[in-house]
Write a protein that binds this ligand. Structure first.
Ligand code: NAD
Ligand code: ZN
Length: 321
């Protein structure tokens, strides 16, 4: 399967309001081919990005408008229970997370960062071209990010997802995050679509290393060939690792339930995975305090912070599941 470069929808295309409906209106969906998902997206092609964050303008063409919107004020507990029931009956569970799942750990989301990092646009630091032109400057940027992340710890959402993996027989956690917090929380069957900021990868021989601390060298060197190391994240305009996107597509297509947590559902190809899951019969649940392009097609939406909603779902699972 061909990999795809990261893309992102422009703010003006984001879907506006979410209305509140009852869970009983949840539509049943037939299994359809995963390949239909591609037709739902129209790539336009204008960049805006962040850390290891290649983005290009695209519009989600979502035909469905039948999502169920839930918040703390309207039946939070009842609908958390609904999600727990779906999970309990599911053979296969997939979870997709984005920057929002780490917000409560103190890691800024893309939107919070305003598309800037240390006052610089992502395109200035998160591209192969930028690295070729000035590797030392790119490394300064990533070393600052690594140093900042040393202060961040997994939050209750990361921990609840790690626990959910221990409970569910077939569980796959797909993350767009590069911050390593899912791994630190104990998640194991983890697909890091956009890489991991703590990995160094050789520019010349592709060897990967995980340094124990933030390097003091201006440009870390490969222990095998002496070449320049680069951060192991997927940069703007780069392809996703084929095994990562293939694994994620497969987990989404096979899932009976897919939780989509803390992502603006704007970055492709990650955003299309929920559609792949739904078109193959999965219940798609969005957990996000803000509306996204996914909101109106999700089977159920919990408009709440991940650190509250995910542990609540875990808590609501029947004990024998
Ligand atoms: P995004 O910044 O575009 O969107 C974040 C989403 O999280 C928003 O929809 C917001 O409403 C939601 N959110 C904020 N706080 C939340 C909370 N407490 N609980 C649940 N949801 C919350 O992030 P994205 O969709 O992940 O896309 C941006 C890209 O940048 C991705 O590739 C992402 O992984 C990367 N990024 C990664 C990190 C990280 O590794 N922690 C940080 C910033 C950006
Ligand atoms: Zn090397």
């Amino acid at each position: 399967m061909a990999t795809q470069a990261w893309t992102m929808a422009p703010a003006r295309e984001r879907k506006p309001n979410r209305d509140c409906k009852g869970a009983d209106n949840a539509p049943s969906r037939d299994r359809k081919g995963a390949d239909q998902s591609a037709s739902r997206f129209r790539i336009l092609g204008e960049f805006a990005g962040l850390i290891g964050l290649p983005t290009s303008e695209f519009v989600l063409c979502l035909s469905s408008n039948t999502g169920i919107i839930i918040s703390m004020s309207d039946n939070f507990a009842q609908n958390v229970k609904q999600v727990a029931d779906w999970l309990h009956r599911a053979d296969r569970v997939a979870v997709m997370t984005g920057a929002g799942v780490s917000a409560e750990s103190g890691v800024a989301t893309f939107r919070e960062a305003g598309g800037l990092w240390e006052g610089r646009r992502a395109e200035e630091v998160a591209t192969p071209e930028a690295f070729r032109a000035d590797p030392e400057s790119v490394w300064r940027f990533y070393k600052l990010r690594r140093t900042g992340l040393l202060e961040c710890r997994p939050n209750p959402a990361h921990e609840a997802l790690a626990e959910l993996e221990r409970i569910c027989a077939n569980f796959c956690l797909i993350t767009q995050n590069v911050d390593d917090l899912h791994r630190q929380a104990g998640s194991q069957n983890l697909i890091e679509l956009h890489g991991n900021i703590w990995i160094d990868r050789c520019w010349d021989c592709d060897r990967q290393e995980r340094p124990e601390q933030v390097s003091e060298e201006p440009i870390p060197r490969c222990s095998a060939c002496g070449g320049m190391m680069r951060p192991g994240v997927v940069w703007f305009g780069e392809m996703l690792p084929p095994e990562a996107i293939d694994g994620a597509q497969s987990a989404a297509a096979q899932a009976d339930v897919m939780l989509v947590v803390g992502t603006s559902s704007l970055v492709q190809p990650a955003a299309s995975l929920a559609m792949v899951a739904q078109q193959n019969g999965a219940k798609v649940v969005e957990i996000n305090p803000e509306a996204t392009p996914l909101t109106h097609s999700a089977d159920l939406v919990i408009a709440e912070k991940a650190g509250i909603a995910v542990p609540a779902v875990l808590e609501a699972l029947p004990s024998e599941s």
